[in-house]
Design a binder for this molecule. Structure first.
Ligand SMILES: [Zn+2]
Length: 194
């Protein structure tokens, strides 16, 4: 597992997994690494996610040769973090839409490490990922701003790999967490590679 991954993921979830069973565990309320607090997300969520994404793209486009280097084997490169955030926003957007139109669905797990390890990001370039991240952020925020108030209170199981029962509002906050948390990761990469 990559060190920048969220600490509440599969490995730390105190559930027992077996076929056909999801042991629902409480959703995390704060991140031990970056200090993000889900309850603190209020008000202009679209603006907050957009700013984090724009800052992310700014780092990606200005990192030069450092963009594709890993500071250590267990950390992703800046470009890999960017590909991850792109896919996170796609994945969470799909979970939100599913939760709005069906009752208490289980979101599809991302398998974030496998995507990188299987070489699925090997064709990513700075220009492509910057554009893709901008577009998926716009798609995500357009969907979020289309929701009704009661949509944000609808429930879902986040995924079979992270079986937290959460609300759509929590999932929106999680998208912001992913963007801000990994923005910290890529800035840390720059200092480690300097
Ligand atoms: Zn965090």
């Amino acid at each position: 597992m990559v060190s920048g991954a969220a600490p509440w993921s599969v490995a730390s979830a105190p559930h027992r997994w077996r076929a056909g069973y999801i042991g629902v565990v409480p959703a995390p309320t704060s991140c031990d690494i970056c200090g993000f607090r889900w309850d603190d997300v209020t008000g202009d969520v679209v603006g907050r996610l957009t700013r984090a994404s724009e800052s992310f793209v700014d780092v990606v486009t200005n990192a030069g040769a450092l963009v594709s280097r890993r500071p250590s084997p267990e950390r992703w490169s800046i470009l890999e973090y960017a590909g991850h955030l792109r896919d996170v926003l796609i994945s969470i957007r799909e979970r939100i839409i599913l939760a709005v139109v069906t009752d208490r669905p289980t979101g599809v797990a991302m398998h974030r490490d496998e995507r990188v390890d299987r070489g699925l990001y090997r064709h990513d370039t700075v220009a492509d990922v910057s554009e893709e991240l901008t577009v998926v952020t716009r798609l995500f925020t357009k969907t979020v701003s289309s929701l009704r108030e009661d949509d944000t209170r609808r429930a879902l199981i986040y995924s079979s790999a992270s079986p937290h029962e959460v609300t759509v509002a929590w999932a929106i906050a999680q998208a912001i967490h992913e963007a801000e948390h990994h923005l910290g990761d890529i800035r840390e990469n720059l200092t480690r590679l300097d």
